[in-house]
Write a protein that binds this ligand. Structure first.
Ligand SMILES: Cc1cc2nc3c(=O)[nH]c(=O)nc-3n(C[C@H](O)[C@H](O)[C@H](O)COP(=O)(O)O)c2cc1C
Length: 143
């Protein structure tokens, strides 16, 4: 089975979690600018996921929602039917209602519109004492 984690990371948190998984190709989404306020970011690296059976999409939360670069990338994807798909996000604010839940919901909506079926979703709260526990549990679960 071919497995990839497709991620965007502005300040390195999401990237550092991604690098702890083994057995996955790590595919980074890149944009011309990492300015989080650009409404329609110009993407310079758009990972091609067509050959993969199992995909994990990972993103930070920006401004209580899915960051615009990840959103722009997910919107470019074609049909995702038949693939196993898991998600995770990293965020800073202490409560999931301050962006974490909304971000997962937005990612799920875009992926389901492309016939993707989501299995697991995880919020990694960067400021939480339980962060390590959550990351370790996710790495065990996402296989
Ligand atoms: C512009 C900007 C907006 C952010 N907005 C939120 C937010 O609304 N809610 C939240 O929990 N964290 C927010 N954060 C914190 C990031 O989601 C968090 O630090 C994340 O782990 C960053 O991931 P990265 O290092 O992979 O870019 C924001 C960070 C930035 C830079």
């Amino acid at each position: 089975m071919k497995k990839a984690i497709v991620y965007y990371s502005k300040t390195g948190n999401t990237k550092s979690v991604t690098e702890r998984f083994s057995g996955f190709d790590l595919l980074q989404i890149k944009a011309q600018s990492d300015n989080p306020n650009i409404y329609k970011p110009l993407l310079t690296e758009l990972p091609d996921v067509r050959d993969y059976d199992y995909l994990v999409f990972a993103s930070p939360v920006h401004g209580f929602q899915l960051c615009k670069i990840t959103r722009a990338y997910l919107n470019t994807l074609g049909d995702l039917s038949g693939k196993t798909i898991d998600l995770y996000i990293t965020h800073q604010f202490p409560f999931a209602f301050l962006g974490g839940n909304q971000t997962l919901k937005q990612m799920k909506k875009i992926i389901e519109a492309k016939n993707g079926e989501i299995r697991f979703m995880t919020s990694v709260n960067w400021g939480s004492k339980k962060r390590e526990e959550v990351i370790k549990e996710m790495i065990k679960q996402y296989l």
